[in-house]
Design a protein around this ligand. Structure first.
Ligand code: GSH
Length: 310
């Protein structure tokens, strides 16, 4: 355990710059000690993030703790506590992370998973997409859609762009591969998911007859291509859950709705992909970020009514 962590855990005296820091942010530490996440970090030992800082508030996945945001501190990160190695550290400490999202959004789920993978605490703000608030319109004036990540007042839009941003800012637990070719491949498949899986999936519940049949075939074709790309690997990126897994897995909680409205079984056509999805679901960042499939189905019923779809 390094000095900084020993200070936090045992309350021992430290150097004056560090004391100044704690004096200034002492109230935050009280919240930090209360958090589950802090306990996890302390137990995580070396190799992972070495320290956390939090502010009062409450993320939706926070199980009652008062942490609003979290900054990892390690000797090489820009968030390092050592003022000499990073004179701007206090500025960085004031990170504020807000997510404008909607429970049922597969795009929002991607961002929730990415933030959970990184251990970033944030303020979750559920949006009413039928009556959009001014803040959402201000933060995403072009598309007026969720998700929007607001980092220190600056909005970032579009789920895959947000996930890449998160991966660049919080470098622990990388989501994209480091090799440029592999990165390009990962981006290709994530884009394929947006263009093919999302579009066909929506048409399955929205359309009827021949058009619905065509949508089902497109959906299955797209998933079979993805299954081939997965091959015998546990995850798309190899042994570790990564960018393409994160881009696709939120659709899994919509499968029940697609299958019920389209009267088909994905598993019958893509058994290995379902095994992959079940594997992903066992990962905590995924399980706590996905919507309940039954609730998704009920939500689609409401959407169908809204759009006058029988
Ligand atoms: N390409 C966008 C899609 C985002 C999107 O379609 N969001 C939906 C919710 S799932 C939305 O905000 N819809 C509101 C609207 O279309 O007015 C992304 O990846 O973030």
């Amino acid at each position: 355990m390094d000095d900084q962590r020993r200070l936090v855990v045992t309350g021992q005296a430290v150097s004056s710059p560090t004391m100044l820091f704690y004096f200034r942010f002492g109230w935050s530490l009280i919240h930090m000690f209360r958090s589950e996440l802090w306990k996890d970090l302390v137990e995580a030992g070396s190799g992972g993030p070495t320290m956390a800082y939090g502010r009062g508030g409450g993320g939706r996945n926070n199980k009652g703790s008062n942490l609003l945001e979290l900054v990892y501190l390690d000797p090489v990160s820009p968030y390092s506590l050592d003022p000499e190695s990073n004179p701007k550290q206090e500025e960085k400490m004031l990170d504020e992370v807000i997510l404008l999202d909607a429970y049922f959004s597969m795009f929002g789920m991607r961002v929730r998973i990415a933030l959970a993978e990184k251990g970033v605490e944030y303020e979750y703000r559920e949006q009413n997409l039928l009556n959009k608030g001014q803040y959402l319109l201000d933060m995403n004036p072009i598309h007026k859609k969720i998700p929007v990540l607001i980092h220190n007042g600056k909005p970032i839009c579009e789920s895959l762009i947000i996930v890449e941003y998160i991966d660049e800012v919080w470098k622990n637990n990388p989501l994209l591969p480091s090799d440029p070719y592999q990165r390009a491949q990962a981006r290709f498949w994530a884009d394929f998911i947006d263009k093919k899986v999302n579009d066909a999936g929506k048409r399955i519940w929205y359309l009827k007859g021949e058009q619905q049949q065509a949508a089902k075939e497109e959906f299955i074709d797209a998933l079979q291509l993805l299954e081939t790309e997965l091959g015998d690997k546990p995850y798309f990126g190899g042994d570790k859950f990564g960018f393409v897994d994160l881009a696709l897995i939120p659709f899994y909680c919509w499968f029940h709705a697609y299958e019920t409205f389209g009267n088909f079984s994905t598993e019958e056509h893509c058994p290995k992909l379902i095994e992959w999805a079940e594997r992903c679901e066992k990962i905590e960042s995924v399980s706590k970020s996905l919507a309940c499939p039954i609730k998704v189905y009920e939500f689609v019923l409401i959407l169908k009514k809204k759009y006058g779809v029988k």
